[in-house]
Ligand binder design. Structure first.
Ligand code: ADP
Ligand code: MG
Length: 690
């Protein structure tokens, strides 16, 4: 393992002075390791060398020859054309450069070279418009006669220089490049060793070598990342929590009995997993994932009740005030039958009320507290915190989750994502958590029919809405997001509500719901809607998550192109919750290809997982639901969607390895640990490696 060599600054290499080193930094290349892992973005097959006369006009070809003479011409100001007469062994052709007067000096008569460029035969003698060239100095050429690497570049660097520098670095690495991945694994999966793979990645002899090298580096990247995560998971699992739940069931059974439905098979299984975690001596670290409407809320309530029946406290953190309020309302209603109280704490809780809450929480008199990240504040002290539930984790960083956990002594932690994410991404983003998935929806749900239509079709859409209202159903109309301010959101929503109440929906009861209303007012409106006293609910996106009215069958979203896929899917999830056929109408005039693809994906996919994969494909993992802020290290070569298969293998092996050597302290693994540290120590502690 050439650790010292790899971490040297690139300036240490020949040919790289301060200027070039600076240009390289723009590409994220600081060390020799960065340079060697700056993989080509593609390869050009220049292995076939033909004489100029045999080349097809219009095609890009690589030709080898000897310079006979050089000549410059300046047909007009600002244009220099350099022509070299080159003999290719069978005849003469002209190699042509534009505005590169120094070429004449570099390539003097007698020089042997390879030129690559477009072949032009329309002026008599063959001309080649040179895109790339290389002087042949006897050794193996880097830019011709082979598969040639094409690197991502910035202005001050060129392909030729990068190839030369990489080649030199590879040669210097040479035998110093010991293997750091376990050799059994490389054998088992028929992956090439480090040194050979690195050479093939940059200067492949054959396409087959290249493919093998790519597989190795994809495996390597995913394996090291998963290894770091598995190690962190194991470290947490080795801890002992202070408060451990016993099987009890007084409250949880009563709650299940109070429900008007039976839990689905998936819910029962997931509840079993959570329950077992809470009864074990190690703190629970679990992610609960399930599509919109799959019934996660009820599971989180069960977990909170289990804490309460063990005389412990529980808290639920949501990313926004609106979400926190909604959870609070849902829970208050759900917990009434079992007589358990719940409190709400957000940034806008009045001072006095807050003081009282804090006192009761500290005294252990209030067992359940729902809130926003206001819960992380120092002044909040729980008497006996047993369970932390974090909703919509992807909006929080790993650090905020940790901050809440510190409120207790290794409390159980349940993370919920209301939006499904592809399994590979989940296992990476939440790689330090165990995963529980609810994949079936409660029985009797019909898939929501989704249409995306132009604003000119609004009258038709309203007709459809009225049709639903006549049948006794209720509808939602979601107003456009006005980006400038919440105030303008409100203004446009108010106007729309007034217009509709006086126009299309004058025979029905229309109410407006928006984010700036007081909690009590929102509650009153939602209660009225729930009880069927309101027919049309015009809303800003406050209803995005958590609202649950089975009689609502139509969701109309105005200016739908302004919403992200995950958000649209959440909105659509508000209907289709009862036995009636439901509809989602997206009113939209998409301008960009991106928004067109998003809306098309909505009409084609009812399933949140499929949509999430589509979203990942459209936006890339970095942009996926703000995962960038979560601190997920950027993947250089692996693609979580394309490489799902390799991912699976890499993860299994990582888990197995950590099972046999939890802290990677065995001597044969120390080299792996060093490699993980070298790569990820800068990534915001994502892997818990400082
Ligand atoms: P999520 O939070 O996963 O989006 P919710 O927990 O809000 O979903 O549940 C959606 C709706 O389904 C709620 O009305 C809930 O009462 C109902 N529900 C949950 N589980 C079941 C079930 N097993 N059978 C019928 N309805 C259910
Ligand atoms: Mg929910």
């Amino acid at each position: 393992m050439p650790a010292e060599f790899f971490s040297k600054p690139v300036q240490y290499l020949k040919l790289i002075g301060p200027r070039r080193a600076e240009a390289m930094q723009k590409l994220g290349i600081f060390t020799v390791r960065d340079l060697l892992y700056h993989f080509p973005m593609r390869y050009e097959d220049r292995s076939r060398l033909l004489p100029a006369g045999a080349c097809t006009p219009g095609e890009v070809a690589t030709i080898r020859g000897t310079v006979l003479a050089a000549q410059d011409a300046k047909p007009r100001r600002g244009l220099t054309i350099t022509k070299l007469a080159v003999h290719d062994g069978t005849g003469i052709f002209y190699a042509v450069w534009f505005n590169q007067p120094f070429i004449k000096k570099t390539l003097s008569p007698g020089a042997n070279l390879f030129v690559t460029g477009k072949v032009d035969k329309s002026f008599g003698p063959v001309q080649v418009m040179v895109e790339d060239y290389e002087v042949s100095e006897g050794g193996d050429p880097l830019g011709a006669g082979r598969l040639v690497p094409i690197y991502p570049l910035t202005g001050q660097l060129n392909q030729r220089l990068l190839r030369t520098v990489v080649k030199a670095a590879l040669e210097e690495t040479g035998s110093k490049a010991g293997e750091f991945l376990p050799v059994e694994l490389l054998r088992k999966y028929k992956l090439p060793f480090f040194e050979a793979a690195l050479a093939s990645m940059h200067f492949p002899e054959t396409q087959k070598d290249l493919e093998a090298a790519k597989r190795r580096f994809i495996f390597e990247e995913l394996f090291l990342l998963q290894l770091g995560l598995a190690a962190r998971r194991a470290a947490v699992a080795a801890r002992q929590k202070e408060y451990r739940c016993r099987p009890d069931g007084r409250l949880t059974s009563a709650f299940i009995t109070s429900l008007s439905y039976r839990l689905t098979g998936d819910q029962v299984r997931v509840w079993g997993e959570i329950s077992a975690d809470m009864e074990s001596s190690a703190p629970m670290q679990r992610l609960l994932q399930g599509d919109v409407g799959s019934g996660k809320t009820v599971i989180s309530i069960l977990a909170l009740l289990k804490a309460v029946e063990n005389d412990l406290q529980g808290t639920l953190m949501a990313p926004t005030e609106i979400l926190a309020e909604q959870h609070y309302l849902v829970m208050r209603r759900a917990l009434a039958p079992v007589g358990v109280e719940v409190g709400l704490l957000t940034g806008s809780t009045p001072k006095k009320a807050k003081q009282l809450l804090l006192q009761r929480v500290a005294a252990g008199d209030l067992k359940l507290l729902v809130g926003t990240h206001a819960l992380i504040q120092q002044e909040i002290v729980f008497q006996k915190l047993g369970l932390v539930v974090v909703d919509e984790q992807h909006r929080f960083g790993v650090r905020q989750r940790a901050a809440l956990q510190y409120k207790g002594s290794c409390p159980d932690t349940l993370v919920m994502t209301a939006t499904p994410i592809p399994r590979t991404l989940a296992l990476t983003l939440y790689g330090d958590l165990e995963l529980s998935v609810i994949s079936e929806l409660p029985p009797g749900r019909l898939p929501v029919k989704t249409f995306a239509v132009l604003p000119s079709a609004l009258p038709k859409a309203y007709k459809m809405a009225i049709d639903q209202l006549r049948q006794g159903r209720q509808i939602y109309i979601v107003c456009p997001l006005v980006e400038e301010s919440e105030k303008m959101d409100l203004q446009s929503a108010t106007e729309i509500a007034e217009k509709l109440a006086a126009g299309e929906f004058r025979d029905y009861r229309v109410r407006l719901l928006h984010g700036r209303m007081k909690a009590g007012e929102k509650e009153e409106i939602m209660a009225a809607f729930r009880q069927g006293e309101v027919d049309v609910l015009v809303a800003t996106t406050v209803i995005e998550v958590g609202v649950d009215v089975p009689n609502a069958t139509l969701m109309m979203v105005l200016d739908a192109e302004r919403f992200g896929l995950a958000q649209l899917h959440q909105l659509r999830g508000r209907v289709g919750r009862g036995g009636h056929q439901s509809y989602c109408i997206l009113i939209t005039n998409p301008k960009t290809d991106d928004s067109k693809s998003r809306l098309k994906a909505m009409t084609l996919n009812a399933d949140g997982f499929a949509l999430a994969e589509e979203d990942l494909r459209l936006r890339g993992p970095g942009e996926f639901q703000g995962t960038r802020q979560s601190g997920l290290p950027e993947l250089k070569i692996a693609d979580l969607l394309r490489d799902a298969q390799i991912f699976q293998t890499a993860r299994q092996e990582a888990v197995a390895l950590v099972r046999s050597d939890q802290n990677l302290t065995r001597s044969e693994n120390s080299i792996l640990l060093a490699e993980i540290k070298a790569r990820y120590s800068g990534s915001g502690g994502y892997l818990g490696i400082g």
